[in-house]
Design a protein around this ligand. Structure first.
Ligand code: NAI
Ligand code: MG
Length: 334
């Protein structure tokens, strides 16, 4: 049986991790788990945000189901998420935003997959104080990282029978950095004549997403725009509690919800575990357990259709535990 590493995270992290593991068990997922507490609480006890044993486990299992971690604020701390993405060169951040017809959402028929470059751009975290008046941040764009994420977006489009890939950029102002990303996109698009391609400036993209989101299919972009645009797409389909993601490299993969540790609702027992649950479905599908994933997706649809067991972020009154029980009840019915 495949072993996977699990990080329980901060804030709502432990609540949604436990919820998802309970559902995976009920659905008959074939995994052994190596589970680790990570984040602020661990740091207070041990001085490490992520225990070395947890990293050793991920080194070995190559698959990580990860809950959100609070980004420590203070001098010398870097986002642990960015650190993990860089350490394992998880260069593709794939975020599918699909509207669920069983939910009342702002829009229907949305099926957008964002490919976010995950290793560079402003997220290299290199900032300098020049003098009393001026600070600068480095925006790094390389041919290598741009090529692999753009190619991955087109390959995904082919493999999943998608029609169009849109490149998001600001090359009109950032002529060298985003200009490079865009020119690589235009060159690679020529290798995929069967897929429609276009490019849009990021500000116009935001307006188009809010006015006519159904025009988008697969989207590819540098790191910062990917972070922002994917939160926007989550709003189109019902909020952050619903958006899953996978961070993939050549050897390792990390599955996580797009949202953060939600300190405003942590410990209240009302977090929506769907985003992490759908991330675990992406993991099941990548690891050949399609049937289990399909059963979980079907149970989610049933709970959303029924509407009596929705968490408060979706307009309901259910606790995380009630939501989980309702999913498990539907799994048992099949
Ligand atoms: P957030 O995503 O944690 O929360 C934004 C809003 O969405 C809050 O009102 C929250 O209650 C709600 N929300 C998020 N997930 C939800 C869920 N599953 N169910 C119900 N409501 C949910 O963003 P925020 O507050 O800006 O960040 C909190 C911390 O998380 C920060 O330290 C941030 O750096 C970190 N973070 C970590 C991420 C990760 O580990 N991948 C990603 C994003 C943020
Ligand atoms: Mg984000």
């Amino acid at each position: 049986m495949q072993t996977i590493t699990v990080f329980r995270g901060d804030g709502i992290g432990p609540e949604i991790t436990d919820a998802v593991l309970e559902i995976l068990d009920a659905a008959g997922a074939k995994f052994n788990y190596e589970i680790f507490d990570v984040g602020e609480a661990v740091y207070q006890k041990t001085g490490e945000f992520i225990p070395q044993k947890g990293l050793d486990s991920f080194d070995k299992t190559k698959v990580l189901l990860k809950s959100p971690i609070t980004t420590p604020i203070g001098k010398g701390f870097r986002s642990l998420n960015v650190t993990l993405r860089n350490k394992y060169d998880l260069w593709a951040n794939i975020r599918p935003a699909k509207s669920n017809p069983c939910l009342d959402t702002l829009f229907k028929n949305i099926d957008i997959v964002t490919f976010r470059e995950n290793t560079e751009d402003l997220y290299v975290g290199k900032e300098e104080v020049i003098d009393d008046n001026t600070v600068i941040a480095y925006k790094i764009i390389t041919k290598k990282a741009s090529r692999r994420i753009i190619k991955a977006a087109f390959e995904y489009a082919i493999a999943h029978d998608r029609k169009k890939v849109t490149c998001v950029h600001k090359a009109n102002i950032l002529k060298k950095t985003d200009g490079l990303f865009l020119s690589i996109f235009e060159a690679i698009a020529k290798d995929y004549p069967q897929i429609e391609s276009n490019s849009l400036i990021v500000d116009n993209t935001c307006m188009q997403l809010v006015m006519h989101p159904q025009q988008f299919d697969v989207m590819v972009m540098p790191n910062l725009y990917g972070d922002i645009i994917s939160d926007l797409t989550s709003g189109l389909i019902g909020g952050l509690g619903l958006l899953p993601s996978c961070n993939k490299g050549d050897t390792h993969a990390m599955y996580e919800a797009v949202h953060g540790s939600a300190p405003d609702i942590a410990g209240k027992g009302i977090a929506n575990p769907t985003a992490l649950l759908l991330s675990s479905c992406m993991m099941l599908e990548d690891l050949g357990q399609q049937k289990t994933s399909a059963a979980i997706r079907k149970a989610i649809d049933a709970v959303f259709t029924d509407k009596t067991c929705l968490t408060p972020d979706l307009g309901g009154h259910a606790s995380t535990k009630q939501f989980v029980q309702s999913i498990i009840d539907h799994l048992k019915k099949d």
